[in-house]
Write a new protein. Structure first.
Length: 152
Protein backbone atom coordinates (compact mmCIF):
# COMPACT_ATOMS: atom_id res chain seq x y z
CA UNK A 1 0.00 0.00 0.00
CA UNK A 2 1.39 3.39 -0.92
CA UNK A 3 1.25 6.14 1.66
CA UNK A 4 -0.10 9.28 -0.03
CA UNK A 5 -0.01 11.30 3.17
CA UNK A 6 -0.04 10.96 6.94
CA UNK A 7 -3.85 10.79 7.19
CA UNK A 8 -5.01 8.41 4.50
CA UNK A 9 -2.28 5.88 3.92
CA UNK A 10 -3.63 5.83 0.36
CA UNK A 11 -7.03 4.46 1.40
CA UNK A 12 -9.98 6.56 2.58
CA UNK A 13 -12.10 5.03 5.33
CA UNK A 14 -13.27 5.58 8.91
CA UNK A 15 -9.66 5.51 10.13
CA UNK A 16 -8.87 8.42 7.78
CA UNK A 17 -11.37 10.61 9.64
CA UNK A 18 -10.07 9.29 12.97
CA UNK A 19 -6.52 10.36 12.02
CA UNK A 20 -7.68 13.87 11.08
CA UNK A 21 -9.66 14.13 14.33
CA UNK A 22 -6.70 12.82 16.33
CA UNK A 23 -4.47 15.45 14.70
CA UNK A 24 -6.82 18.22 15.83
CA UNK A 25 -7.01 16.71 19.33
CA UNK A 26 -3.21 16.57 19.57
CA UNK A 27 -2.80 20.24 18.64
CA UNK A 28 -5.43 21.29 21.19
CA UNK A 29 -8.41 21.82 18.88
CA UNK A 30 -10.72 19.27 20.49
CA UNK A 31 -13.95 20.77 19.10
CA UNK A 32 -12.66 19.97 15.60
CA UNK A 33 -11.83 16.42 16.65
CA UNK A 34 -15.47 16.02 17.76
CA UNK A 35 -16.61 17.17 14.31
CA UNK A 36 -14.58 14.38 12.70
CA UNK A 37 -15.92 11.84 15.21
CA UNK A 38 -19.45 12.91 14.21
CA UNK A 39 -18.58 12.65 10.51
CA UNK A 40 -17.24 9.13 11.08
CA UNK A 41 -20.52 8.18 12.74
CA UNK A 42 -22.63 9.80 10.00
CA UNK A 43 -20.69 8.49 6.99
CA UNK A 44 -19.65 5.04 8.22
CA UNK A 45 -21.99 4.26 11.16
CA UNK A 46 -18.80 3.84 13.17
CA UNK A 47 -17.58 5.09 16.52
CA UNK A 48 -13.83 5.70 16.56
CA UNK A 49 -13.01 8.30 19.21
CA UNK A 50 -9.94 10.49 18.83
CA UNK A 51 -8.83 9.38 22.30
CA UNK A 52 -8.00 5.83 21.19
CA UNK A 53 -4.63 5.11 19.56
CA UNK A 54 -4.35 3.52 16.12
CA UNK A 55 -0.96 2.65 14.66
CA UNK A 56 0.42 3.48 11.24
CA UNK A 57 -0.80 1.34 8.36
CA UNK A 58 -3.88 0.10 10.21
CA UNK A 59 -7.14 0.35 8.29
CA UNK A 60 -10.73 -0.82 8.23
CA UNK A 61 -11.81 -3.02 5.35
CA UNK A 62 -14.90 -1.94 3.39
CA UNK A 63 -14.43 1.61 4.64
CA UNK A 64 -15.02 0.67 8.28
CA UNK A 65 -18.78 0.23 8.26
CA UNK A 66 -20.24 -0.30 11.77
CA UNK A 67 -16.88 -0.45 13.59
CA UNK A 68 -16.97 0.52 17.28
CA UNK A 69 -13.72 1.15 19.17
CA UNK A 70 -13.44 1.85 22.91
CA UNK A 71 -12.12 5.30 23.78
CA UNK A 72 -9.02 3.89 25.48
CA UNK A 73 -8.20 1.08 23.03
CA UNK A 74 -4.70 0.87 21.59
CA UNK A 75 -4.28 -0.71 18.15
CA UNK A 76 -0.85 -1.53 16.76
CA UNK A 77 0.63 -1.02 13.30
CA UNK A 78 -0.57 -2.64 10.08
CA UNK A 79 -3.74 -4.17 11.49
CA UNK A 80 -6.87 -4.90 9.46
CA UNK A 81 -10.27 -4.37 11.08
CA UNK A 82 -13.29 -5.95 9.38
CA UNK A 83 -16.80 -4.55 9.24
CA UNK A 84 -19.04 -4.64 12.32
CA UNK A 85 -16.09 -5.20 14.66
CA UNK A 86 -16.37 -4.09 18.29
CA UNK A 87 -13.39 -3.34 20.54
CA UNK A 88 -15.24 -2.63 23.75
CA UNK A 89 -15.12 -2.44 27.51
CA UNK A 90 -16.70 -4.93 29.88
CA UNK A 91 -19.05 -4.09 32.72
CA UNK A 92 -17.65 -5.40 35.97
CA UNK A 93 -14.22 -6.03 34.47
CA UNK A 94 -11.07 -3.98 34.59
CA UNK A 95 -11.62 -0.50 33.15
CA UNK A 96 -10.40 0.27 29.64
CA UNK A 97 -10.49 -1.25 26.21
CA UNK A 98 -8.48 -3.88 24.37
CA UNK A 99 -4.83 -3.45 23.43
CA UNK A 100 -3.87 -4.97 20.07
CA UNK A 101 -0.36 -5.73 18.89
CA UNK A 102 0.97 -5.24 15.37
CA UNK A 103 -0.29 -7.06 12.27
CA UNK A 104 -3.55 -8.25 13.83
CA UNK A 105 -6.33 -9.30 11.45
CA UNK A 106 -9.87 -9.01 12.87
CA UNK A 107 -12.57 -10.74 10.84
CA UNK A 108 -16.02 -9.34 10.17
CA UNK A 109 -18.29 -9.12 13.20
CA UNK A 110 -15.66 -10.09 15.77
CA UNK A 111 -16.03 -8.71 19.30
CA UNK A 112 -12.99 -8.11 21.50
CA UNK A 113 -14.31 -7.24 24.93
CA UNK A 114 -12.55 -5.93 28.03
CA UNK A 115 -9.14 -4.63 29.02
CA UNK A 116 -7.36 -7.56 27.36
CA UNK A 117 -4.21 -7.81 25.27
CA UNK A 118 -4.02 -9.32 21.79
CA UNK A 119 -0.48 -10.24 20.71
CA UNK A 120 1.34 -9.55 17.46
CA UNK A 121 0.54 -11.48 14.25
CA UNK A 122 -2.83 -12.72 15.53
CA UNK A 123 -5.80 -13.66 13.33
CA UNK A 124 -9.27 -13.38 14.83
CA UNK A 125 -12.01 -15.21 12.94
CA UNK A 126 -15.29 -13.71 11.82
CA UNK A 127 -17.87 -13.34 14.62
CA UNK A 128 -15.43 -14.54 17.29
CA UNK A 129 -15.98 -13.21 20.81
CA UNK A 130 -12.60 -12.66 22.46
CA UNK A 131 -12.80 -12.32 26.26
CA UNK A 132 -9.24 -13.23 27.32
CA UNK A 133 -5.67 -12.31 26.39
CA UNK A 134 -4.37 -13.86 23.15
CA UNK A 135 -0.66 -14.74 22.72
CA UNK A 136 1.46 -13.80 19.69
CA UNK A 137 1.14 -15.67 16.42
CA UNK A 138 -2.10 -17.62 16.80
CA UNK A 139 -5.53 -17.84 15.18
CA UNK A 140 -8.61 -17.69 17.41
CA UNK A 141 -12.23 -18.45 16.51
CA UNK A 142 -15.54 -19.16 18.22
CA UNK A 143 -17.72 -17.98 21.08
CA UNK A 144 -15.86 -17.66 23.35
CA UNK A 145 -12.75 -17.50 21.16
CA UNK A 146 -10.25 -20.33 21.44
CA UNK A 147 -6.85 -20.86 19.81
CA UNK A 148 -7.13 -23.22 16.84
CA UNK A 149 -3.70 -22.87 15.27
CA UNK A 150 -0.24 -21.39 15.46
CA UNK A 151 0.40 -19.01 12.54
CA UNK A 152 4.05 -19.98 12.05
Amino acid sequence: MSHDNEFTGGYYNAVTLYRIGRYFRNIGLRPFSKVFEALTHFLFSSTIPSTCQIGEGTYCSHRGIAVVIHKSSVIGKNCVIGTSVVLGGRNGGAPGGPILGDRVYIGTGAKIIGAITIGNDVKIGANAVVLNDVPDGVTVVGIPAKVISNNE
